[in-house]
Design a protein around this ligand. Sequence first.
Ligand SMILES: Cc1cc2nc3c(=O)[nH]c(=O)nc-3n(C[C@H](O)[C@H](O)[C@H](O)COP(=O)(O)OP(=O)(O)OC[C@H]3O[C@@H](n4cnc5c(N)ncnc54)[C@H](O)[C@@H]3O)c2cc1C
Length: 397
Amino acid sequence: MGQVDCVVIAGAGIGGLCAALALAKQGIQVTVCEQAASLGEVGAGLQISPNAMRVLRELGLESELSQFVFKPQYAAIRDYKTGEYYLKLPLGKQAEARYGASYWHLHRADLHQVLAEACAQVGVKMVLNATVAGYRENTELKQVYLLLEDGREFSADLLIGADGIRSKVREQMLGQERPTFMGQVAWRGVIPVSDLTVDVKPDACVWAGPGRHFVTYYLRGGDYVNFVAVEERSDWRSESWREEGDVDELKHVFADWHPEVRELIKAANSTFLWALNGRDELPTWHKGRVVLLGDACHPMLPFMAQGAAMAIEDGYVLAKCLSNYALGDALLKYEQSRKPRATKIQQMSKANVGLYHMHGGVLGKMKLKALQAAGRFVPDVIQSKLDFVYGHDVTKN
Ligand SMILES: Cc1cc2nc3c(=O)[nH]c(=O)nc-3n(C[C@H](O)[C@H](O)[C@H](O)COP(=O)(O)OP(=O)(O)OC[C@H]3O[C@@H](n4cnc5c(N)ncnc54)[C@H](O)[C@@H]3O)c2cc1C
């Protein structure tokens, strides 16, 4: 039914590679243009929830990835000072039973490498040192041309902009508009467990505190602990949105926190500091023979750990729509099925700022106490709120 034989993708991030793999498995000829000189991802962890896991399983990657994972026992929210649990939701076997797929922690580099190898096996053509400058369309020839900065062009039936939050493809489609600084910065780091003097719980844990939160979870079978330390800031002055972080500053910002957090930071030799940016909902995700996915169209605060999960779902759904419908209808169906969900999760992620950062002083603390009571007495109510996120199955819909 589909009428697309050849696709060019801008960006070899997790979203671009998932789309490439799903399309190539359908027999579509795929070329991916990536600006970097070599394939890879940032040295940090990623939480992969059951909704994304189901896609990775459907793409045939579950067993290859399983050698790299850590399976957390609980999703926890703890008090920044006392360590008291405000939430302790079972993940592990209970998540598997509820959602039919696991909750995994993966090193980004491992996921990226497995995806890249799978793409190579099904004949995806990878072009590195390929910085996208824009595109042009020829409606008569029914072709779109991806234009690189060095003058090269790649023609295809469809162009997918998977080039992240500063997407050049989005810019040409919808106009130049810088992403918005969300008033948050994040330090990220990965620490070998052998360097730690504290026993970190095997959970996906958010330590909630005033104006800040701290996330910890294990990677690579428990050999490493990943941390993300978030602080509210009124501005971000640097031109770059990522810079080397100052470990002493990080220690200072979390100096009065629980010993588990402080000891963990003490073991960090280096860290990167990121400005967290976002965008409002875009008016559309597609135009002519061009379509967007992942952070290119719905960047979100990482406070639900769903940005990459949404990019993975996007790639799979887009490929499925292209196999079931003619191009125009396929892009329409793709946007109709993905935009409301991604937008809702963008909003849910933003709403977590207040909860994690105890906004409202005493009121903020009371909200966490209410969550604690609900988790104790009506845990299914809390769990069912997450069903919208984790229970969604794009491989079945
Ligand atoms: C601190 C933090 C923690 C997070 N934790 C999680 C988590 O636990 N779980 C989760 O699901 N998500 C998480 N996310 C979100 C997740 O990282 C992103 O949503 C996801 O990586 C987006 O993937 P993408 O492929 O759409 O874009 P990107 O990963 O940004 O990939 C875009 C690719 O395009 C390339 N590119 C860009 N411009 C050009 C150009 N002009 N020409 C050619 N190539 C180009 C880039 O080099 C890159 O390879 C987190 C984010 C942050 C900041």
